[in-house]
Design a binder for this molecule. Structure first.
Ligand SMILES: Nc1ncnc2c1ncn2[C@@H]1O[C@H](COP(=O)(O)OP(=O)(O)OP(=O)(O)O)[C@@H](O)[C@H]1O
Length: 255
């Protein structure tokens, strides 16, 4: 865990403030009156049993799913009224479980095409390779442990390296909120350790929101843990406090 102080916005409101958030699917409330706050410099992990609503919360934040009621404020902007691409532009990056990298392109090219200016000015694949872009690609590649693989084709990377590349593609866009769904699934022990280090590092200056089932990994990264159950918060606090909570043991950790 980093000793980095968890910061507040200038007006003391958390970077991400979710209030009374509800989504119903045919009358079934997958998320039910949720109040949830994440600070800058924080790594927050959301845990809970299958079907608790964890993925749905990320879907609501990134605009993939529309809320039935409630509000999601990110840096004081209301995300429930925005479209998916506007939410990305507002500084929210989301990584899904399956990597969506371009297997036939190099690590460099994958990172390069995620550079926002490249997209806006010249389209996704064709744009001028400026010194600024090259510097940024190289810096991100170092950050994600792939500087030695920069010119390697992405399909030759290990599963873990592909996951890091996708995190790198998100970092190219400099998101202020980064959301990751089970980032270490299928990773080796050493890849898990490096991922924990990576998440600690990249949480500085931004917020990182992770869904994870691997409790050892959760323990190694979480500043704070939120336990979801039936679309509501069952418990929230330090890993130690939620692990010792009888309600959490009953519905999740005891299984
Ligand atoms: N688009 C949808 N339409 C109908 N029901 C949905 C939809 N999306 C999610 N659900 C339901 O909402 C509930 C919460 O699902 P969600 O995927 O958010 O749970 P989860 O906590 O992420 O579970 P897991 O750990 O298995 O990924 C589940 O009962 C699921 O079937």
């Amino acid at each position: 865990m980093s000793g980095n102080p968890i910061g507040f916005e200038s007006n003391d409101r958390p970077v991400l403030a979710i209030e009374d958030l509800t989504v119903s699917f045919d009358g079934f409330k997958a998320v039910d009156g949720l109040n949830f706050y994440v600070e800058r410099n924080e790594v927050r992990v959301v845990i809970g049993p299958n079907g608790a609503g964890k993925t749905t919360v990320l879907d609501l934040i990134c605009g993939k799913t529309q809320a039935t009621a409630g509000s999601i404020q990110f840096k004081n902007r209301e995300l429930t009224k925005m479209r998916e691409h506007e939410i990305v532009q507002a500084g929210v990056g989301r990584k899904f479980q399956t990597p969506s990298i371009y297997e036939n392109l190099s690590v460099f090219e994958n990172l390069e095409m995620s550079f926002p200016r490249g997209r806006k000015v010249f389209g996704a694949l064709v744009f001028k390779r400026t010194a600024e872009v090259v510097e940024r690609v190289e810096a991100v590649a170092r950050e994600i442990f792939l500087d030695a693989q920069l010119y390697q084709q992405a399909d030759l990377l290990s599963h873990g390296q592909k996951q890091w590349l996708e995190i790198g593609m998100l970092l190219m866009q400099e998101p202020e909120l980064l959301m990751l769904d089970e980032p270490v699934a299928g990773m080796s022990v050493s890849e898990r350790e490096k991922t924990a280090e990576l998440l600690g590092r990249i949480s500085k200056g931004r917020s990182v929101l992770v869904i994870e089932h691997d409790m050892e990994f959760v323990k190694s990264i979480a500043h704070k843990v939120t336990v979801l159950h039936q679309g509501k918060i069952l418990a929230e606090g330090s890993m130690e406090s939620v692990q010792a909570n009888p309600k959490v043991i009953e519905v999740y950790l005891g299984h």
